[in-house]
Design a protein around this ligand. Structure first.
Ligand SMILES: [Zn+2]
Length: 229
């Protein structure tokens, strides 16, 4: 966690404008996320853009920006100048978010690096129903159909009644029909086949949710492939 890092800071950032900065102010709508890296460029957390700017103002973090496949780092002033240049050049992309401060606009960074923070990311993803559904993308691992959470169940591949454990490798999403059909048998015994071998996820569902959005594509370079070979 980044709780060591002071949370208070300048209040210069006040609103996020939409794509191309044209959609006006949305006070309080600072819902843009920023990937925080530790000093050694390991992804440690997802934070709000407001918090990211607080860290930048205090020189506790720098912006890491991907430009034409290369990585550039900026302190707050450098990033502000870069933003001004982009405004002057009309170089705003649809996927960018912009922060409207009192008398200037600045692009929302996608990634920051915490220069004094060297703890490692938390590796353990909580083993629970929600995260299993997220790992399996709400897809029954037997028939391959997608369902809402209400219509999915958890299936123990090796049945619990026969010693099968509550582990990432032994529990998958299954629709009710497939779960009933399989009953207290192994997939082999039931003549059913898993879509893919279940593995323990290597990253949090929160990060996964963002990774599905194109505007956070630059995060991918800092995250190990998900828990599938
Ligand atoms: Zn099914």
């Amino acid at each position: 966690m980044i709780s060591q890092v002071p949370q208070s800071g300048s209040s210069a950032a006040v609103a996020v404008s939409g794509p191309n900065g044209r959609s006006g102010r949305r006070p309080g709508g600072l819902s843009v996320s920023v990937l925080a890296l530790n000093r050694n460029f390991a992804a440690v957390h997802v934070i709000s853009v407001r918090r990211a700017f607080c860290l930048l103002f205090k020189d506790l973090a720098e912006v890491i920006n991907v430009e034409s496949g290369s990585y550039y780092n900026y302190d707050f002033e450098g990033w502000r100048e870069q933003s001004e240049m982009r405004i002057a050049l009309g170089d705003r992309r649809e996927e960018d978010d912009w922060i409207q401060a009192v008398n200037f606009e600045i692009q929302a960074p996608r990634i920051i690096r915490l220069m004094r923070y060297d703890r490692l990311p938390r590796n353990a993803v909580k083993f629970n129903r929600r995260n299993i559904f997220l790992r399996d993308e709400h897809r029954c691992q037997y028939c391959g159909e997608r369902y809402s959470s209400a219509r999915l169940s958890l299936d123990h591949i090796h049945p619990r009644s026969r010693g099968g454990g509550d582990t990432w490798e032994n529990v998958v999403c299954a629709c009710l029909t497939c779960n009933v059909r399989k009953g207290g048998r192994t997939p082999q015994e039931a003549g059913m086949r898993l879509l893919r071998p279940p593995v323990k996820p290597t990253r949090s569902p929160l990060i996964c949710r963002h990774l599905n959005q194109e505007k956070y594509a630059s995060w991918r370079a800092f995250l190990k492939p998900a828990g599938r070979g």
